[in-house]
Design a binder for this molecule. Structure first.
Ligand SMILES: [Ca+2]
Length: 93
């Protein structure tokens, strides 16, 4: 009986750890996809490449499209990795 209780405790501990890991993964600073994953490996991201499907998956991308000109610091019409990461990590009000 003692042994089975110990295993139960371990099982709960493992489940709890997995649960909290998921919360950290979801609530961490990775609320947006990596630049490379949406640019398809290109150095620049065009507005059209941020598809509605991507926006649905990552609402932060809707914000990026809405503020594209603000995020496009050098005003070349495209977003490079630095512009993307700077915009995505800046505090939102
Ligand atoms: Ca740019």
């Amino acid at each position: 009986m003692r042994t089975s209780h110990r295993y139960l405790f371990i099982a709960i501990a493992v489940a709890g750890t997995a649960f909290f890991s998921q919360i950290v993964a979801a609530g961490g600073d990775k609320k947006f996809p990596s630049f490379d994953s949406i640019s398809g490996g290109d150095k620049m991201l065009a507005r059209d490449e941020v598809t509605p499907a991507l926006e649905k998956k990552y609402p932060a991308l809707t914000d990026l499209k809405a503020h594209w000109d603000d995020a496009d610091m050098d005003h070349d019409g495209k977003i490079n990795k630095k512009e993307y990461e700077d915009f995505m990590t800046q505090p939102k009000d």
